[in-house]
Design a protein around this ligand. Sequence first.
Ligand code: SF4
Ligand code: SF4
Length: 164
Amino acid sequence: MSGNLCEQCTGACCRYVALPIETPDTPAEFDDIRWYLIHDAVTVFVEDGEWYISFHTPCRHLLADNRCGIYETRPRICRKYTTDNCDYHSGDYGWEYHFTSPEHIDEYLRASKAKSRSAKRSVQPKRSRARIAAGRGLGRRSRGPQVDRFGIPLPELPEMTQPK
Ligand code: SF4
Ligand code: SF4
């Protein structure tokens, strides 16, 4: 804790430990996240695209009046932490996601799959259009009846043969 602001605070920054974790990518890695989240007082959050695990447990040196009990010898991380943009300022932590239960991860995966399916669907018409465009090439047009510019069918002509 540092600065006068801390005197008005309940020691918000002294009540959890947050560590960066690998961004999950595979079903097994998402299952690991589920494992974290089945534990009490553990959450996972995503901030600026980085994934973190957070253990909501107060420092054992946090005093009843919310002051630091080992202020002179507090760890480096505590010394580096300042009141600039600290936990006191924000109910809004700028999380992109905050998972507090395994169900949240299941929901995230469902939403991600739905989004990915919808993205695939949105490119499908382009492919269809591409096929139609290809079908308008010479090979396809020669299969149907030939018409003039007014849409009137032209007489069938004998098949061309290569000159000998
Ligand atoms: S969250 Fe901010 S104001 Fe509160 S104790 Fe920590 S540094 Fe001080
Ligand atoms: S050592 Fe002091 S400043 Fe650091 S987390 Fe504990 S109570 Fe807070």
